[in-house]
Design a protein around this ligand. Structure first.
Ligand code: CAA
Length: 383
């Protein structure tokens, strides 16, 4: 399937771009320097209806399509990679498992405030011994009467500790690997739920990332998502969609760096002409533009497939791997065009260069994306 944006998509892009330019761009450097979460901007995103873009209006969402959501993440990331992932982790990872696998009661109680942006969502899968091998989850959930008792911890959780609602994966039946994992909706206010280190990251510093710690946290039985043992599949299905968000984030970071480099190269004169017209840089711009176009095609195409309820896991993994890898290349070229000026703090290309790196790592490293893609092409390796 080929992607096609409509006039409505482009009008929506203009709306998000105007918001990002006015509300986030002016504070992006300060947020980056201060490792600071943009509370006010996120509240304004909720007012604009950006926190539940692909969810039905009856559940508090905007009732738009997955492509609109990808465009919003792209436009936020174009000015600040951190802002892009705040929206992506909230929408794709925090809200999606509830929208996709929740009961009517769970949707009313949790999806509605998430989609309206009254609450912020997060996804707790990764652990010290369960990174790429998500089936190695060690956090446990034991049923005691009318609630499960959670013990253990999670690391690298985007939107923690700011988020209010967490979808958390824990082992309910030990010893049977991925089939023993279940998914739970956990509220920040539950007793025994605490937060560890707020990480001091290389990039996407306006997004918060922290550890989750569960000490005998009582989670009501009705907060089990799906059935016991379905957690791993819920996590994998969620990540399929999440990867479209990260691909869009990478695309936006690269687009922003490209535009800055273009502006700079047209103004910067060396050897009696703007450096944009020196062949070495003309070729760089041509290559950057080719990569951006290919990445945009892949991201929008995966979004379109998801919207059409067609198989999209492989295409999402391809989009995520490709967009993140070209983002690193484009940001590197953009910084190179700036020369020494690009190496200075406060320059957008310097921040973009740092922000881009994580997109090759989270929501599955690009090595994992290749495992997912190969499994779609070749099937599972024989045991
Ligand atoms: N949808 C539904 N079910 C799926 C699925 C999918 N996409 N992928 C796999 N499954 C099912 C399989 O069908 C299988 O079911 P059966 O056992 O019933 O046949 C079961 O899940 C196990 O599948 P595998 O044997 O393929 O699982 P595996 O243990 O070999 O692992 C993996 C597969 C792809 C490597 C997986 O572990 C993985 O994706 N790892 C990466 C984890 C990851 O992306 N973490 C990111 C954390 S979140 C994050 O980063 C957020 C952030 O900061 C912003």
């Amino acid at each position: 399937m080929l992607f096609k944006t409509t006039e409505a998509h482009e009008a929506f892009r203009e709306k998000v771009r105007a918001f990002a330019e006015e509300e986030i761009k002016p504070i992006a450097f300060k947020l980056d320097q201060g490792n600071e979460f943009p509370h006010e901007a996120v509240a304004k995103m909720a007012e604009l209806g950006l926190m539940g873009i692909p969810y039905p209006k009856e559940y508090g969402g905007a009732g738009l399509d997955v492509l609109s959501y990808a465009i919003a993440v792209e436009e936020l990331a174009r000015v600040d990679g951190g802002a892009g992932v705040i929206l992506s982790a909230h929408t794709s990872l925090g809200a999606y498992p509830i929208a996709g696998f929740g009961t009517e009661e769970q949707k009313k109680k949790y999806l509605v405030p998430l989609a309206k942006g009254e609450k912020l969502g997060a996804f707790g899968l990764t652990e010290p011994n369960a990174g790429s091998d998500a089936s190695g989850t060690e956090t446990t959930a034991v049923l005691e009467g009318d609630h499960y008792v959670l013990n253990g911890g999670k690391i690298f959780i985007t939107n923690a500790p700011i988020a209010d609602i967490y979808v958390v994966f824990a082992v309910t039946t030990p010893g049977i690997g991925s089939h023993g994992i279940s998914a739970f909706i956990v509220e920040k206010a539950y007793e025994g739920f605490e937060f560890g280190d707020h990480y001091d990251k290389m990039g996407i510093r306006s997004s918060s990332t922290a550890e989750l710690i569960f000490n005998d946290v009582k989670v009501p039985k009705e907060n089990l998502l799906g059935h016991e043992g379905e957690g791993f599949k819920i996590a994998m299905a969620t990540l399929d969609g999440g990867r479209i968000g990260i691909a869009a984030q990478a695309l936006g970071i690269a687009q922003g760096a490209f535009e800055h480099a273009r502006e700079y190269a047209l103004e910067r004169v060396q050897f009696d002409m703007p450096i944009a017209f020196q062949q070495v840089n003309q070729f760089k711009f041509a290559d950057m533009a080719i990569k951006l176009r290919n990445a945009r095609f892949q991201v929008y195409s995966a979004a379109e497939l998801k919207e059409a309820h067609e198989s999209y896991g492989m295409e999402a993994a391809m989009a995520k791997a490709y967009a993140s890898e070209i983002a690193l290349e484009v940001c590197n070229d953009a910084l190179q065009i700036y020369g020494g000026n690009g190496f200075l703090k406060g320059m957008e290309v310097e921040r973009a260069y740092r922000d881009a790196k994580i997109t090759t790592i989270y929501e599955g490293t690009n090595e994992i994306q290749r495992i997912v893609i190969a499994a779609h092409i070749l099937g599972k390796a024989p045991k």
